[in-house]
Design a binder for this molecule. Structure first.
Ligand code: NAP
Length: 258
């Protein structure tokens, strides 16, 4: 089976670094047109200069509802539709569960859900017009194994599986698939910062901290952003034409439950 994304129209949120950028880069390499957003103008500009009309790179804060919806509707208008949407949410707060305030819960909800719902609601009419459209949400291993260091994300991400199934039941018969990818520990900027911080605080080397993190992972290493991008790519492709309402763990085997 030939898998081609040539001239497909793909929208990726939070796409200038880490998982988002690896996803953007893979679709661009495969010939798709990619619309992405982030807050820092410098990185957006560098991407515009490198890829020209193959990209729409817009400065948008996903915590701003109007700006988020405006971005998606402008892309739909400019490209006369969309084929795939990858929802990569901003980070949520890391406050311990005993100290989480109502406003931090709200902030985390806005980061993970409100931005996702705004993007999908705005893109949906256009996705329903296509033959084989799909949505992939970046969730987390915390959805299936709550992490003490990320309580808000753990609680909220637990609901994404239900959302993907409900959306599949509602829209599957109209040709749109909804799935999620649940990354484990992936060596992005934010994870590397956490590793350096732990090293400083505990007097260990970064190699020692990475070795400690890797020990319980059956594949004995952190994942790469490219490995998450390939899982997303698979789920949007025709290789996954009968996959919908699924959550794909990409965690090197870390989650022990079945
Ligand atoms: N890395 C992991 O191990 C891992 C594991 C499971 C789940 N995740 C989830 O995956 C997502 C991405 O994580 P990552 O590690 O790739 O992060 P990252 O390396 O820090 O990259 C974050 C990206 O999001 C953009 N961004 C951040 N806040 C934004 C906002 N409010 N509006 C628009 N763009 C925003 C950033 O650009 P600007 O700063 O310029 O806006 C950047 O492009 C997060 O939801 C994270 O919880 C990550």
């Amino acid at each position: 089976m030939e898998v081609s994304f040539r001239d497909k129209r793909v929208l990726v949120t939070a796409g200038t670094q880490g998982l988002g950028w690896a996803i953007v880069e893979l679709y661009l390499k495969e010939g798709a047109r990619v619309a992405l957003c982030a807050r820092s103008e410098d990185s957006l500009n560098a991407i515009r200069q490198q890829f020209g009309p193959q990209v729409i790179a817009r400065r948008v804060d996903l915590m701003d509802l109007d700006a988020t919806q405006g971005f998606v509707s402008d892309v739909v208008e400019q490209w006369n539709g969309l084929d795939h949407v990858i929802v990569n949410p901003p980070h949520s707060v890391r406050t311990p569960v005993s100290e989480l305030t109502l406003s931090e819960w709200q902030q985390s909800y806005d980061a993970i859900y409100r931005s996702m719902l705004a993007v999908v609601e705005t893109a949906l009419p256009s996705l329903l017009d296509q033959d084989r459209a799909s949505v992939v949400v970046i969730s987390s291993l915390a959805a299936v194994e709550p992490l003490d260091i990320m309580p808000a994300s753990s609680v909220l991400r637990g609901g994404i599986a239900a959302w993907a199934k409900l959306m599949t039941r509602e829209y599957g018969s109209r040709g749109v698939r909804f799935n999620a990818v649940e990354p484990g520990y992936i060596a992005t900027h934010v994870v590397r910062e956490g590793i350096s911080r732990t090293a400083r605080e505990t007097g260990r080397s970064t190699e020692e901290v990475i070795a400690g993190l890797s020990k319980p992972i059956p594949l004995r290493r952190l994942g790469t952003p490219e490995e998450i991008a390939r899982a997303v790519y698979f789920l949007t492709s025709d290789l996954a034409s009968y996959v919908s309402g699924a959550c794909l763990l990409v965690d090197g085997g870390l989650v022990r439950g079945v």
